[in-house]
Design a protein around this ligand. Structure first.
Ligand SMILES: [Zn+2]
Length: 148
């Protein structure tokens, strides 16, 4: 990516998301989807890269939003995610994903988003109540018109 600092393979950096030590692993390869190696000091650890992907990719983003880390504590969900990585020829080995940290990070993200989600649900409820009220008014009006 332009604007990012390319650093030599093997350089020790800290993951910008979780702060854990990482080693710059190599050049990005577009044939590797959805995750690839990084050659910049901004690259994330495999776990955080997976968190970013899951929270930005439908339909997993919805699962992550609605269930946070809970869904990904189930082995069949983890296996499905790992299969998606394998299909994309992703160079990340399953052992590189720290699932407990992964679920904790999703829980943190969900906790941060919780006030926004509550606000969203509240306005959705208000909208529903309003359209129900309007429908009832229309019905009453129609009933009035039908009366001779
Ligand atoms: Zn990380």
């Amino acid at each position: 990516m332009s604007g990012h600092n390319t650093v030599p393979q093997g350089t020790r950096v800290l993951c910008p998301d979780c702060g854990r030590p990482c080693i710059v692993a190599g050049s990005p390869d577009e044939a590797h989807q959805p995750l690839t190696r990084s050659n910049t000091s901004e690259g994330r650890c495999a776990t955080c890269a997976l968190v970013k992907w899951v929270t930005e990719t439908p339909p997993l983003d919805r699962l992550a939003r609605e269930q946070a880390g809970v869904a990904f504590r189930r082995s069949h969900v983890r296996e499905a995610v790992l299969k998606m990585l394998a299909v994309g020829n992703c160079p990340i080995a399953p052992a590189e994903i720290d699932w407990p940290v992964f679920s904790e990070r999703l829980d943190e993200i969900a906790a941060k988003a919780a006030p926004q989600v509550a606000q969203y649900n509240e306005s959705l409820e208000r909208l529903k109540a309003r359209s129900a009220r309007e429908a009832a008014e229309r019905k009453a009006q129609n009933a009035g018109e039908e009366t001779p």
